[in-house]
Design a protein around this ligand. Structure first.
Ligand SMILES: [Zn+2]
Length: 192
């Protein structure tokens, strides 16, 4: 549970990174960040967080979002907000098929259809055989039909323009958050 994902907001409540519970607690201990309450969005330092926890413990002690230590029950934070501190190491967004699907919102980048995962594929904009790289900039979601039709050609040659220019997505695009996005994140990140 100490490795659970925690959404990191900057001072203006814009998501800038994802970190772990462990790292969040360390930032909060050092007064670099405050914990955002998952329901009320109130901000807490460590002391007020414990106080808030102890109030809720009686009714919620068996809730899955709670970490039991030898002497304390501490609620695992889901969102933290940075104070002045801007030095949180950004976890790189992993380049993966899944994250390309998320970036392109499961939409064929040629015809715009959304036929479902089974009928989608990853297309190399410039084909590999012609020196195209497997990268954020050269991989897009394409439906099987478009992918087959495009074949070993560039979008120009196939007269199949891309609907958007592929690139590396940002955290605020809602990519890379994993399968389960906690409800408390929904107000800060786009659902994918
Ligand atoms: Zn298509």
């Amino acid at each position: 549970m100490l490795d659970n994902s925690v959404l990191v907001l900057n001072k203006s409540w814009t998501p800038i990174a994802i970190t772990t519970v462990k790292r969040s607690f360390s930032l909060v201990f050092q007064d670099h960040a405050l914990i955002v309450h998952p329901h009320t969005y109130e901000m807490h330092n460590f002391e007020s967080w414990l106080l808030d926890n102890s109030r809720a413990v009686a009714e919620l002690a068996d809730h899955p979002g709670w970490l039991r230590t030898a002497s304390l029950l501490i609620r695992v934070p889901e969102v933290i907000v940075l104070g002045r501190y801007n030095g949180v190491p950004r976890r790189e967004l992993v380049f993966s098929r899944r994250n390309i699907y998320r970036r392109d919102t499961f939409e064929c980048q040629y015809c715009g259809c959304r036929p479902g995962l089974k009928h989608l594929s990853i297309d190399h904009v410039t084909p590999i055989s012609r020196g195209g790289l497997t990268s954020w900039e050269n991989c897009v979601v394409a439906c099987i039909r478009c992918n087959t039709r495009k074949g070993n050609r560039t979008p120009d040659e196939a007269s199949m323009p891309l609907r958007s220019r592929p690139g590396k997505p940002n955290w605020s695009d809602g990519v890379g958050y994993g399968e389960r996005v906690p409800e408390s994140w929904a107000r800060f990140v786009k659902a994918s």
